[in-house]
Design a protein around this ligand. Structure first.
Ligand SMILES: Nc1ncnc2c1ncn2[C@@H]1O[C@H](COP(=O)(O)OP(=O)(O)OP(=O)(O)O)[C@@H](O)[C@H]1O
Ligand SMILES: [Mg+2]
Length: 652
């Protein structure tokens, strides 16, 4: 194959990773407009700076591109695919938010190892290792690979954050102020790293205030206050465009600018995109993710020795407290009859034991989801299964609190004369331990649900005493509740069943024991499902409300609408147009390796260089319209005829 055609083919492949942002409109939940119809296109292999005054909407734009906030309208198209419609293609976009959201307890290598396990499906351990080594070298963090993230400097943490995204080799990498709080030398080295990535065909979008960063990018998108795009183009032309002489002057101009400064959208046809090969980023299966997440969570939970010691001390202290201060023989089985109501002394002890396990389960779990909210959102965008995540929490916290409950039970009932044989199990104390462990697990699931519902860890802590007190009140201090609503409410309290299970061991009622155990299992399952649904809902990217003119990958649309004969004709028409383009402008025509109609192939051999961005018309008349619009703007034009008739072009 001639070198020209080979180069053109390579460029055509690269074109497909280009990013097109088409008329993004986003609003905050309170109705504040965050983005006002922002449109631009970035070619693969190039770097775009997004700048503008504080509060202009830069972070909102980065979040909208990556799907972190919902859009009111507009589309984000990567490689010809509208990623707002497809989670699997959205995974082709990496997002490094401004605030680092990493587990401080893990070392740099462990962080990247787990990221590789979660993000690289179908990979062998050796491959993952090689990938982590490569990424560590790319961000120059090898010397710190054994350091915990919490001990790193701000700049080093930022690099870990970037490295976590690089693991999955995203086509588009969006970074929100990656160099803020870095010294100029470090800033320059981060930009060198990003440039290296761009040279490998990635599309880099950097939100920044730094003049050095803007200068290091190929293009800049300037946002004005109000969330509109005021400038998009070469970084060197910004001041001449606005007639300003300094960054301070420019930023104050954009801060006070009226909406009329916003650039109108480009003509509709130019916003349409080719239907190229969709980027589908596979994800690991839920079970594999669950295993990885459980291992990671266990490591994080027990990484801190003092915290681990606290788990043990909590249980020992509560056990000893009950042993020392509760009147002995409270759990002795009454002489007269099996199956009678639980004696008052046993109820008191059961309520105390239940309150202890409720406290252990709730306090250990109530912050565990909400504190990782940002990490979860980020990993979710990379393909994390919400189910695997929630169940992994239970897989670690469940056994932990079960052991704590067992320790409390084993110590505290030493003087309580627990019956030798239980109602169901042959050993009474074992039966007690089972019931209390299940009570603690039940408290964990309820606390996880609260943790998924609240928005901040502080709120979770504020709710904690409330949960424990409500469980305490409903646990069995007032056994005869006859008001229907209230008795149902009581039945929904895990503590009520925990008290019944402990009482059943005392009275020897197998029915009561099984009823209590079954109810606790059912309540745990209910709370777990509630947690799953809440986490799933909070992470769901809501679909864009579409205007009637939807942006559809045009190649697919043409292919679907036309019969083969018509498709052939449209290809010929596209080829012909390429010839016209060549004659008029000496434009470069990009032809993929696959067999192409003669006019286009001939055109390709006579082409010249350019940095293409994919654009496409939805129909043959659209192709003509686009072509003339682009030629008038002095752009380089390419045609790819593999999928259907469409024009690929370069802006700027
Ligand atoms: N959830 C929200 N609710 C209400 N207003 C919001 C919300 N998120 C952002 N905003 C508002 O939208 C505007 C844009 O915010 P954004 O964080 O995108 O600005 P920015 O350009 O990144 O600013 P900075 O340079 O300070 O980081 C701000 O006025 C902000 O107060
Ligand atoms: Mg910001």
């Amino acid at each position: 194959m001639p070198a020209d055609i080979r180069n053109a083919t390579a460029s055509a492949q690269r074109i497909r990773t280009a990013l097109v942002v088409d008329g993004l409109v986003a609003e905050a939940p309170n109705g504040v407009r965050l983005l006002d119809g922002v449109s631009f296109a970035v070619s693969a292999g190039s770097m775009l700076a997004v700048a503008g005054p504080t509060g202009a909407g830069k972070t909102s734009l980065a979040a909208a591109i990556t799907g972190a906030i919902p859009l009111s309208s507009g589309a984000v198209i990567v490689g010809g695919v509208d990623v707002t419609r497809s989670d699997s293609s959205r995974r082709g976009i990496g997002y490094v938010p401004q605030e680092d959201d990493l587990h401080g307890e893990l070392t740099v290598r462990q962080t990247l190892d787990y990221a590789a396990e979660l993000r690289l499906p179908f990979s062998e351990a050796g491959e993952r290792q090689a990938c982590v080594d490569r990424v560590l070298a790319e961000v120059r963090l090898q010397p710190q690979s054994g350091t915990t993230v919490a001990s790193l400097s701000v700049g080093q943490r930022k690099r870990v954050s970037i490295a976590s995204e690089l693991i999955s080799r995203p086509e588009v990498l969006v970074l929100d102020e990656p160099t803020s709080s870095l010294d100029p030398g470090y800033e320059a080295s981060v930009m060198v790293t990003l440039r290296r990535l761009a040279e490998r065909g990635k599309c880099i979008v950097v939100v920044t205030h730094s003049q050095q960063v803007i200068a290091a990018c190929d293009q800049v998108a300037m946002l004005a206050t109000g969330g509109g795009l005021a400038y998009f183009g070469a970084t060197s032309c910004v001041h001449s465009y606005f007639g300003t002489s300094s960054p301070a002057e420019l930023f104050s101009l954009l801060d006070d600018a009226p909406d009329s400064i916003f650039i109108p959208k480009p003509p509709a046809a130019v916003r349409c995109l080719p239907g190229s090969v969709p980027i589908r980023v596979a994800r690991r299966c839920g079970l594999a993710q669950f295993m990885t997440l459980s291992r990671r969570y266990a490591r994080i939970t027990f990484a801190d020795r003092r915290r681990t010691a606290l788990f043990a001390i909590q249980a020992l202290a509560l056990g000893v407290l009950l042993l020392a201060f509760v009147t002995p023989a409270g759990l002795a089985r009454p002489q007269d009859a099996l199956g009678q109501t639980i004696p008052l002394s046993a109820t008191g002890m059961a309520v105390l034991l239940t309150t202890c396990v409720t406290w252990l389960g709730t306090s250990n779990a109530i912050r565990e989801i909400v504190k990782e909210r940002k990490i979860l959102a980020r990993e979710r965008r990379a393909g994390l299964s919400a189910h695997a995540y929630v169940v992994s929490k239970l897989a670690v916290l469940g056994p932990l609190v079960a052991v704590q409950a067992a320790v409390v039970a084993a110590i505290s009932v030493q003087r309580q004369q627990v019956p030798g044989a239980g109602a169901v199990l042959p050993v009474g104390i074992l039966e007690l331990i089972v019931a209390m462990s299940l009570g603690a697990i039940c408290a964990v699931t309820l606390a996880m649900f609260v943790s998924a519902v609240v928005r901040t860890a502080d709120k979770a802590l504020a709710v904690l005493p409330m949960v424990v007190v409500v469980e305490f009140v409903l646990s069995g201090l007032s056994p005869s509740v006859h008001v229907p609503g209230l008795s149902l409410l009581r039945d929904l309290a895990a503590a009520r069943w925990s008290v019944q299970a402990i009482g059943a061991t005392v009275t020897g009622s197998a029915y009561d024991w099984w009823q209590a155990i079954g109810s606790m299992a059912a309540l745990s399952a209910l709370a777990l499902v509630g947690t799953l649904l809440t986490v799933h809902r909070s992470l769901r990217t809501r679909p864009v409300r579409r205007s009637r003119r939807a942006v559809v990958p045009a190649g697919l649309k043409v292919g679907a609408r036309l019969n083969p004969e018509m498709l052939r004709l449209s290809r010929v028409a596209a080829g012909g147009l390429a010839g016209v383009a060549l004659v008029v402008t000496g434009a470069r025509v990009l032809v993929p390796e696959a067999a192409a109609p003669a006019p286009a192939a001939a055109a390709a051999t006579a082409g010249q260089g350019g940095h293409p961005v994919s654009l496409l018309a939805e129909s043959v008349p659209g192709v003509v319209g686009d072509l003339f619009w682009l030629l008038r703007a002095g752009t380089t034009v390419g045609i790819d005829v593999t999928a259907a008739a469409y024009v690929e072009s370069v802006v700027g």
